[in-house]
Design a binder for this molecule. Structure first.
Ligand code: SF4
Ligand code: SF4
Length: 309
């Protein structure tokens, strides 16, 4: 079962919910911090990150001695990232998506590729034995999506999510779209901590998930951003539930919206000073308030029942 914890805006308690959910799930959990621009779940879960891999996109490199300047590479590029002007081929790396179409179409085999490093993937185990992985984007990089995509495919440990496993069960169409775990492994839980907002990195994080938990707060800003991210989940046709954090502040507009839209509110976390103090000092919610461990465990069971896992 793959659960994405998301929120329309930063600072709503998304990582607080994601980390506590993971710590309440028992064994067989993989935590994936997909907030590659500002990953911070490691501060709370304290994994020992001992595996590392550089990631990026494959940029085309043209061998001018082979190029006949036919222009086919520029014609095939949807992103206008390559242009042929007279006897010169120009590449615009900031526009390139590394799709490889130009390399494939070049009749002279004049295009090779080089990895343009955009960031790193890191993984390791936490003290509780949780399999942890995160992406970290280099400062100034414009695109987070390629790093998140690689993170989702990465399989540095025994957890069965890599391309090798996908190949081994390629006959199972249900897995090909990322919806199901390999046969016999539906007891395993992957929790993805999404970037905030409602843009492409969020969509990439959600893609292939079985359930999306939306964390919000009962304020006009919370409601506004919740509506935006709900719109994405509707497009992706993935079931959702809401966690209301800092319950007790603000108004009832989030509750009214969820009731009208048919979105279940699965958990309410009250506004308490001790929670804020614990989180500010690097503790998870379930460490600061152990009585919430069974609450998060029940939340997980509720999600399992809704997903049918
Ligand atoms: S497709 Fe190949 S041969 Fe044609 S212009 Fe591009 S690089 Fe040169
Ligand atoms: S790799 Fe794709 S996006 Fe980049 S220049 Fe070639 S065709 Fe365009």
């Amino acid at each position: 079962m793959r659960i994405v914890v998301a929120s329309g805006k930063g600072g709503t308690g998304k990582t607080t919910v994601a980390t506590s959910l993971a710590l309440s799930a028992g064994n067989s959990v993989r935590f994936m911090d997909c907030d590659v621009e500002a990953p911070n779940a490691a501060l709370f879960l304290q994994p020992i990150l001992d595996t590392r891999k550089e990631v990026g996109i494959q940029l085309p490199v043209v061998d001018e001695s082979l190029c006949t300047h036919c222009g086919k590479c520029a014609e095939v590029c949807e992103f206008h990232a390559i242009a042929v002007i007279g006897k010169k081929v120009l590449i615009f790396p900031e526009l390139c998506h590394g799709c490889g179409s130009c390399t494939l179409i070049c009749p002279e085999k004049a295009i090779s590729e080089r990895l343009d490093v955009m960031g790193v993937l890191e993984s390791g185990l936490t003290a509780t034995g949780m399999d942890f992985a995160q992406g970290v984007m280099n400062v100034g990089e414009p695109m987070a999506v390629p790093i998140i995509r690689e993170l989702k495919k990465w399989n540095p440990m025994s957890f069965p999510y890599g391309d090798d496993v996908r190949g081994a069960i390629a006959t199972k169409q249900s897995y090909a779209d990322g919806r199901l775990l390999p046969e016999g492994r539906n007891d395993m839980i992957e929790i993805r901590d999404s970037p905030p907002g409602a843009s492409c990195p969020v969509v990439e994080t959600m893609r292939g998930a079985d359930f999306i938990l939306l964390v919000t707060e009962p304020t006009p800003f919370g409601l506004h951003d919740l509506k935006q991210v709900v719109g994405i989940t509707r497009e992706l046709e993935i079931p959702i539930g809401v966690v209301v954090n800092r319950d007790g502040i603000g108004d009832n507009a989030v509750e009214a919206y969820c009731a009208e839209a048919g979105i279940p509110i699965l958990l309410r976390i009250p506004m308490e000073r001790r929670f804020a103090e614990a989180i500010a000092s690097g503790k998870t919610l379930v460490e600061a308030a152990p009585e919430y461990r069974p609450v998060f465990h029940s939340l997980l069971q509720d999600i399992s029942a809704r997903v049918g896992a």
